[in-house]
Design a binder for this molecule. Structure first.
Ligand SMILES: [Zn+2]
Length: 376
């Protein structure tokens, strides 16, 4: 069994359902320490974070990943135990196989090989792991980034191992992510009998025109390769269940996925202005999930495009689509960020899996990126 397959399997066996780490990071720290890395544990509340470095000074190249996984869902829906790695027809099955214990195992093997072959490499090569990527993402990389800011720790390049490939390893290079902003809106009315609407104020009727304007709005026409900003209403709750009562309030949840045309502050102002213009009486609470990031053309993108091209046999698509990742917390430190990982077709699903041959190619791909960036 290859080293990367053995380590990925060992990590899958640890039931590190977010925010648990279940010893994944201790195992990795022990290996990297033996390879000459300095390892620092940063534990905040229930969350484990590991910062392992080799070398010193600039440039600083960080491999970024997470050891937590999403819950398995109903175990009986899986063809085999989600926490017992199984190989069938050249495919490794288990929770986290693709997102992202496979990449984390490949990071470790690549780092060990890299420092063994090039002990006097330029700059600093580092691994940053958290056990809170799939959950609240508060005490994970968000907190670590605050620590780094306080210490003046600079980062030049960050490669996240999130599963980014679509059909085969290396066919897509993620160079940015949209921002995410969530809101809880409570529209206040006056409860009453439907037969006497003049004695009540219907919060549903009040909310609808404002929500229609927000939902139908064209926020922008996209940004570089980013899709247009969009607002989606995910929940609308109001009513007592009775057909003869005008409810006293309506509660609406919505989310904005936005490109670098916008900041969270400006979106909050714009949204509030629409609600005010419609004369609503309301409470509005925002949760800022993370600003967008974008890595423009430069050294990191050029090198990554060439290396992925070598492995995939074709120039990768460069994309800014998809959800969020922890790169959103590292990018504001001034780092150029990209995401390179295995095929993402099965992530968060039952029977999550990764192709064994692609998993076994991954350490060489990461090692090649390290060599191109730190040895040239
Ligand atoms: Zn992930």
């Amino acid at each position: 069994m290859s080293e990367v397959l053995a380590l990925a399997s060992e990590l899958i066996r640890r039931r590190s359902v977010t925010p648990a780490d279940e010893g994944c990071q201790s195992l990795i720290a022990a290996r990297l320490q033996a390879a000459g890395f300095d390892c620092e544990r940063l534990r905040f509340a229930e969350v484990d974070n590991l910062w392992a470095t080799h070398g010193s000074g600039a440039p600083v190249l960080v491999l970024l990943g997470h050891t937590d996984v999403v819950p398995s869902g109903p175990v009986e829906a899986w063809a085999s135990d989600p926490f017992e790695p199984a190989i069938r027809d050249g495919v490794l099955y288990g929770r986290g196989a693709a997102d992202m214990k496979g990449s984390v195992a490949a990071f470790v093997v690549a780092l060990e090989q890299f420092v063994a072959a090039h002990p006097g490499h330029a700059g600093t090569v580092a691994l940053l792991l958290t056990s809170d990527e799939e959950g609240d993402a508060i005490d994970g990389v968000r907190r670590v980034a605050e620590v780094f800011r306080g210490r003046g720790q600079s980062i030049d390049w960050c490669i996240t191992g999130e599963p980014s490939s679509t059909r085969k390893l290396g066919d897509l290079l993620r160079v940015g992510r949209r921002g995410t902003l969530s809101a809880t809106l409570t529209v206040k009315g006056v409860q009453g009998h439907v037969a006497y609407p003049d004695k009540a104020r219907n919060p549903i009727h009040q909310a609808l025109p404002a929500l229609a304007e927000l939902a139908g709005r064209s926020w922008d026409g996209g940004y570089e390769t980013f899709p247009p900003t969009s607002l989606q209403i995910s929940n609308f709750n109001a009513g007592t269940g009775a057909n003869n009562v005008i409810p006293g309030e309506a509660r609406i949840l919505f989310n904005l996925r936005y490109n670098p045309h916008w900041t969270a502050v400006r979106l909050e102002q714009e949204t509030g202005a629409v609600l005010d213009r419609h004369g609503l009486e309301y409470d509005l609470h925002w949760h800022r999930g993370g600003e967008p990031f974008y890595t423009p053309e430069g050294r990191l993108r050029i090198v990554a495009r060439e290396v992925l091209g070598e492995f995939a046999g074709a120039v990768p698509e460069e994309s800014t689509a998809g959800g969020t990742s922890d790169a959103r917390f590292i990018a504001p430190l001034g780092a150029q960020c990209i995401e390179v990982g295995p095929v993402n077709a099965s992530i968060h699903k039952v029977d999550e899996n990764v192709s064994v041959s692609e998993l076994e190619a991954l350490p060489a791909l990461y090692r090649r990126l390290l060599e191109r960036l730190l040895l040239e």
